[in-house]
Write a protein that binds this ligand. Structure first.
Ligand code: ZN
Length: 221
């Protein structure tokens, strides 16, 4: 995809992803709660949009949904301070950090990078980006995953171990954030498998009002 939905002036750049950012999700996978954010990236070729299709790799084990709040960066920044972090946000969207959990488990055991579990084509659905909203909205966003109309995950950004502004501060201390970079901010508990024929929807809401959603099909590649 050449631009981000809702932000036609931005081309997707680096997809930064944060792992284990909700304590209840870290625990469900028997991971320790981290003292600093777990960071990894996905290629921009992961991105699909509403009505797209997640392609399950041939011979893959369990491929999991991870519903997440996704932040789009609107301008270049390095060493961003907390008080100014919100100024770098161009928009918010619902997204899914699709994960080949079986591959990730094998890679973790060998101490290898997660690219082959996280970075495949179609493994990054994102919905329409909406403005970041008033101060305080970022800290009260429901993150919801539905599969075939049933709720599988339901969390709120008030439970993030590292809040959005903290992630921008920490990422920009290490990397020059650029327009079109995305931050997948982590997933709440309830991750689970996606199967051929599933219809998967991630949503973000603020006090009952839907901000963004993305609905995708699931099929064998
Ligand atoms: Zn994730």
């Amino acid at each position: 995809m050449n631009t981000l939905p809702g932000l036609p002036e931005l081309k997707p750049s680096t997809l930064y992803c944060i792992g284990r950012n909700y304590a209840d999700h870290a625990k469900e996978l028997n991971n320790p709660v981290p003292e600093t954010p777990v960071m990894f990236t996905k290629p921009s070729s992961c991105i699909i949009h509403d009505n797209g299709t997640i392609l399950l790799p041939h011979g893959a084990g369990e491929v999991h949904h991870e519903a997440e709040l996704v932040i789009a960066i609107g301008k270049t920044g390095k060493h961003i301070i907390r008080e100014q972090a919100i100024e770098y946000i161009a928009g918010l969207a619902a997204g899914i950090d699709v994960t080949d959990r079986a591959a990730q488990t094998r890679l973790k055991e060998k101490g290898l990078p997660w690219l082959l579990a996280k970075g495949l084509d179609t493994f990054g659905p994102v919905g329409n980006f909406t403005p970041p909203g008033k101060p305080g909205q970022l800290e009260d966003i429901d993150v919801i995953m539905e599969v075939n109309g049933q709720i599988r995950q339901e969390g709120n950004t008030r439970d993030l171990l590292f809040p959005v502004t903290d992630l921008i501060v920490r990422l920009s201390a290490l990397f020059t954030l650029q327009p079109g970079d995305l931050i997948f901010t982590g997933t709440p508990a309830g991750v689970g498998p996606l199967k051929d024929g599933d219809l998967a929807t991630a949503r973000i809401r603020h006090r009952g009002a839907e901000l963004s959603s993305v609905t995708v099909n699931v099929a064998h590649s």
